[in-house]
Design a protein around this ligand. Sequence first.
Ligand code: ZN
Ligand code: ZN
Length: 208
Amino acid sequence: MLVDAERVLVLYCPACELVQNHPISLFTVKRNAPKPIPCTCGFNQGHIERREDAYHLGIFLPSGERVRLRFGVQEFQQMPVLRLLHPETQDELGFFGVPAAVKPLAGHWRGVVALDEEDYVRPEIMERILDYLSDLAAEERITCGCRRPSIGIDVYADKVELICSHCGSAVLIGAATQNDIERVRRIERVTMEPASFSFLDEWLKPFE
Ligand SMILES: [Zn+2]
Ligand SMILES: [Zn+2]
């Protein structure tokens, strides 16, 4: 039987604080040989390993905790998408599965950091801006012009930063006023300049 072995593992990296997509071929996960999961920033996010009867996944969390998850061989190889849940808190730690099945779920995922309303100047505005940007990201309308675009969204109290973790490009977007919402709504597509830093205001060009 020919098995489609291409999978993607979506994890939140505690070091660069971005959601990362790791393409993984099931063929490269060997028995009793832990395969490291390096982030583009250099941090090792954990490891994946095939044992006799199961796959084991070790993940480092922002808290410093290391979580071990275990999945039956059939489940791991055949389920289109698996949600990775913390065994105790049931927090969502990431996703694993066939890229086409993972994308719709992971495109909206903001990582392990819980959204605490008190952290934002205007939580209702932040919420709408994040929703809009997540939709753009899910439709692959946020990209970078560099060789290996890997875009994440970093959230602050009053602004959001789109970052390409491959080349370090960043676009800063205000997220505290009604004006900020209007501005973000005008965006149909973001193509970042490789290795550059800009504010949305300067960057916005007229859209055709
Ligand atoms: Zn990282
Ligand atoms: Zn880039």
